[in-house]
Design a protein around this ligand. Structure first.
Ligand SMILES: Nc1nc2c(ncn2[C@@H]2O[C@H](COP(=O)(O)OP(=O)(O)O)[C@@H](O)[C@H]2O)c(=O)[nH]1
Ligand SMILES: [Mg+2]
Length: 220
């Protein structure tokens, strides 16, 4: 039963991927536990990437449109998906939500997944890159406790570095644990509050977008 659901999701994710590629969109799927700083990071990143790259955002939560309202402060078009009792976004939900965004002139689609370090790891949404956040406040051992999420990450963002000292954050241990769970992931150390690491992140996204456009020259 579960396998049938995942197979169906994979088919719809491939359909999303084809659609995104045809539109020349770079698609990022942001995942983390609740409160790691996804919404804040995305809002600041969207601001920093403009006007070079323009983003649309889809955000999933069980309830409320609080995050959509916060994300709209960046100026980006935002669609809130409320999942009720479902602990992750599925490809079908993303396919429907993207139909509500005017994609003309957009280069990037950012998906903020439901806050959860377990379930969303199993659901491909058709993204190009999986971006997993780990805040300095949540413990250096999370990559070891939640291996599937970190194994599936293309990028790991260490967030809230401005709080490192207050939390007694052990940077070397956190980096070693991330490298063990996600040996191929690019790692960024950032604070959405002070702006630390944002320039590096924006350069990376621009490079990824250029690489995608070079691979798929049919995109607009
Ligand atoms: N000090 C600090 N707080 C942050 C930072 N990023 C997010 N926060 C705070 O962390 C809390 C959760 O952030 P939010 O973006 O809602 O996380 P999400 O649940 O992963 O989307 C909020 O109170 C934010 O203001 C940061 O870089 N530094
Ligand atoms: Mg959020």
């Amino acid at each position: 039963m579960r396998q049938a659901i995942l197979d169906q999701n994979d088919r719809l994710a491939e359909r999303n991927r084809g659609f995104f590629r045809a539109r020349g969109l770079l698609v990022l799927n942001f995942l983390s536990s609740p409160g790691s700083g996804k919404t804040t990071f995305i809002r600041e990143a969207v601001r920093a990437l403009q006007p070079q790259l323009k983003a649309g955002v889809i955000v999933g939560d069980l309830a409320t449109d609080n995050d959509a309202r916060r994300l709209r402060e960046s100026g980006a078009p935002v669609v809130q998906v409320t999942t009720g009792t479902v602990c992750h976004l599925e490809a079908e939900m993303v396919g429907r939500a993207v139909g509500q965004i005017d994609l003309n002139g957009l280069n990037l689609l950012i998906i903020e997944n439901v806050g959860n370090l377990v379930c969303p790891a199993s659901y491909d949404l058709g993204e190009d890159l999986r971006v997993v956040l780990l805040s300095v406040t949540e413990g250096e051992d999370k990559p070891l406790k939640y291996p599937p999420m970190f194994q599936s990450a293309d990028v790991v963002i260490i967030s809230k570095t401005d709080l490192s000292q207050a939390c007694g954050y052990d940077r070397e241990t956190a980096l070693a644990n991330i490298r063990r769970a996600a040996p191929k992931a690019r790692i960024f150390e950032t604070s959405a509050k002070t702006g630390q690491g944002m320039d590096d992140w924006c350069r990376f996204v621009a490079e990824q977008h250029r690489a995608r456009s070079a691979r798929d020259p049919l995109g607009p």
